[in-house]
Ligand binder design. Sequence first.
Ligand code: MV4
Length: 459
Amino acid sequence: MFKKILIANRGEIALRIIYACRELGIKTVAVYSEADENSLHVRFADEDVCIGPARSADSYLSVPAILSAAEITGADAIHPGYGFLSESAYLAEVCEACHIRFIGPAPNVIRLLGDKARARRAMKKAGVPILPGSDGPVDSEEKAVKIARELGLPVIIKAVAGGGGRGMRVIREMGELSKALKTAQREAEASFGVGDVYIEKYLENPRHIEFQILGDHHGNVIHLGERECSIQRRHQKLLEEGPSIAVTEKQRRRLGSTVVDAARAVQYTNAGTFEFLMDDKGNFFFLEVNTRVQVEHPVTEWITGIDIVKEQIRVAAGERLSFKQGDVTFNGHAIECRVNAEDPVTFQPSPGVIHAFSVPGGPGVRVDTFAHAECTIPPYYDSMIAKIIVHGRDRQEAIARMRRTLEMTVIEGIKTSIPLHLKILSDPDFIAGRFSTSFMERYLVEQKKPGDGRLAQAG
Ligand code: MV4
C-alpha cells in the first residue's frame, strides 16, 4: 500500500480524498494555490506545498508544479480528483516516467476514451449500443452531407476531444450543415487544440443515465449500478439520484454486464463512469466514458455501501477489489444536490465571505464540503461549495429528507442555489419522475412567464 498520496486538487474532493487516506493510514500532501492558503484541505493534510498563483493554469493545471511537489515530498502516488488534470493522459504518462502511481486508468486508456470518436468505435466493437453516426471524424462538407442524409435530421456535430457539452452543434435543416461544420471545427480547435468532429443522430429529450464501474489490475471489473443525472442546466448537473426510476432491475443487470464487458475489453482499471442517453422507449445509447471519480459518486456510495475513493486507492496500489459483483446490492434511494455559490435566478457566480454556515444532520444526511463559517469562496474556481447527499428507504423519503435539510440549511454572506433546488424538489413532474435533460430548460422558461407566481413565491 502507498505511504503518502499527493492530492492534485482543492475543495471538497481534496478533503474527501483525505478522509479515505486517513482511514487507510496513508499520509497526505495537499497542494494549493495562493488563493487557497487557508483552505481546509491544507489544514488537514499532513504536508502542504504552494504550487502557484490563483489562476488554475498556473497552479492546479500545472503538471511541472504538481510533479515537483510530489518529488519534494516523496509522495508515491497522486490522486487527481475530478476536473483539473483528472483526465490528463499526459499527467498519467509523466507519473509513470517518474515512478509515481497515478490513481486512475492507464494513460493509453485515458487517451482512447478521451477521443470520443475512437471511444464510440471501441464501444461498438465491445457490443455497447451506440447511436447511428459517422465511423470516425468527418473532415469534409461532402462527407457530412452524405452522413446527415443517411441518418436523417436532426443530427448533432460533436468534437472528438469534447465531452461535457462543449463544441456541439444540433442540425435541424440541411442548409445549416456546412456553416455549422466549419464553426464546430473552429471551436474545437480553439478549445481543445484538436479540430476533429464527428456526427451522430440527434436524440430529442433523452434522459442522462450513467453507470459507475470499478476495475482492478487482476482483471476484475464490477459495476455499481446507475445514477440519473438529467436535472442539469447548460451541462452543469444540479441534482443527481440513484437508482434511476426509469431503469428496471432487468435493464440494470443487462446494461451493467455490458459495461463491465466493455471495460474489460479496453483493460479499464480504477473508477470510471459510462454515460448513456435513454430514449422514451427505454433504449440506451452510449455517450462517453469519464475516466475519473465523479462529483456525484456519493450517491452510489450510499446505495451500495462501497467507499469508491478507498477502492480507487486500493486498486491503484495493486490490491484486488474488496468485493465481487455478487456482493453488490442496492439499498434504498440517494439524492445529491450541488450547492453552488451563485444567484439562484440569474446563475451569476456569488463568491465572497461566508459569515454563517450550518447544515443540519439527522438520519440519512451527508454533507461533503470545504466551506465553514468565515471562510472565503474565491472567484477563480468552480462555484460548487457543498454537496448535500441524502438517503431514504425509497425515493419519496429521500425527497422529503432533502427538502427538510435544505430548508434548515443556513448559509449567509453569499447567494446559493438552494432556493432553486427547493423549487425542483417540489415540482410535480420531478416528484413523479417525469423528466428528461430538457427539464430545467422548460422549467426556467415557465418561470419567466408573467403571472405564473412560482418565481415570486419560492426562494
Ligand atoms: C447528445 C444528445 C442528443 N443526441 N447526443 C451533451 C453532453 C455531451 N456529453 C453529450 N450531450 C448530448 N449528446 C446525441 N446524439 C444530447 C446531449 C445533451 C445532454 C446530454 C446529457 C446531459 C445533458 C444534456 C443536455 C443537452 C444535450
